[in-house]
Design a protein around this ligand. Structure first.
Ligand code: NAP
Length: 248
């Protein structure tokens, strides 16, 4: 694994699922970690314990990424604790699935607020210090449905398509000061977010995946660990699918 020794990373939504796997993976590569979560203090504390067990520093920060002041405070607390932020992984996300005809305004607004505005809020908050220090890496968690769409997920697909546009724009705006911005687009990954699928739909979905299995949070974390490392120093504005071939 490429070393992240001496680097500091913020992982939003790092208390569970993909974010927790990313936090552990970056810590295993040598980074100190700030874990953000919105309500899962116990889960965040468990991840923190694992990371401290690896000999790394770890701070947990509660905050709602959809609130600009919370995003700003997250970055400020990270800098106060560790001196600087080298890596931001914008991973926090939610779903509120329904067909367009039945989707409520509340469900539309919630998903756009957390997934898209939340990603913007944290990216904006970290941009100034990263531009000042002339370096940094930002990873935004998109989804293959932001590329291909998915019935029942108009709000979620729109939020993730927005994240892809935001990623490409930020990559162009920040590149001249040495800040790279990329997106990772997972397919179907087994986490709390996907655990409630009925078995008929889940069998159909598995059959559509060329590699024949659902993804694990670690599969996504491995790609994030590569993208934030110096091995990816010439990659920016890219969207990497991690989907077992589902959206080939
Ligand atoms: P998950 O298991 O449901 O975990 C979601 C995480 O986001 C939790 O840590 C949660 O914190 C945090 N979070 C939710 N709302 C937040 C807010 N307003 N502010 C701060 N943190 C918040 O989800 P996951 O499956 O790991 O998904 C992680 C990311 O990958 C999401 O962006 C998701 O859209 C994307 N993704 C997932 C899949 C998949 O198949 N699982 C596929 C494509 C993309 P609490 O513990 O405090 O609730």
């Amino acid at each position: 694994m490429n070393s992240l020794e001496g680097k500091n990373a913020i992982v939003t939504g790092g208390s569970r699922g993909i974010g927790a796997a990313v936090a552990r993976k970056l810590a295993a590569a040598g980074a100190d970690i700030v874990i953000n979560y919105v309500s899962g203090a116990d889960s965040a504390a468990r991840v923190q314990k694992d990371i401290e067990g690896m000999g790394r520093r770890c701070l947990t920060v509660a905050g709602d990424v959809s609130v600009p002041a919370d995003a700003k405070s997250l970055v400020e607390q990270a800098i106060a604790a560790f001196g600087r932020v080298d890596i931001l992984v914008n991973n926090a996300g939610v779903t509120r699935d329904n067909l367009i005809m039945r989707m409520t305004e509340e469900d539309w607004d919630k998903v756009i607020a957390v997934n898209l505005k939340g990603t913007f809020n944290c990216l904006q908050a970290v941009s100034r210090p990263m531009l000042k220090q002339r370096g940094g890496v930002i990873i935004n968690m998109a989804s293959v449905v932001g590329i291909g769409g998915n019935p029942g997920q108009a709000n979620y697909a729109a939020s993730k398509a927005g994240v892809i546009g935001l990623t490409k724009t930020a990559a162009k705006e920040l590149a001249s000061r040495g800040v790279r911005v990329n997106a990772v687009a997972p397919g179907f990954i087994e986490t709390d977010m996907t655990k409630d699928l009925n078995s008929e739909y889940s069998d159909k979905l598995r059959a559509a995946i060329p590699l024949g299995v659902f993804g694990q949070a670690d599969n996504v974390a491995d790609v994030v660990a590569f993208l934030v490392s110096d091995s990816a120093s010439y990659i920016t504005g890219e969207v990497i699918k991690v989907d077992g071939g589902l959206f080939i």
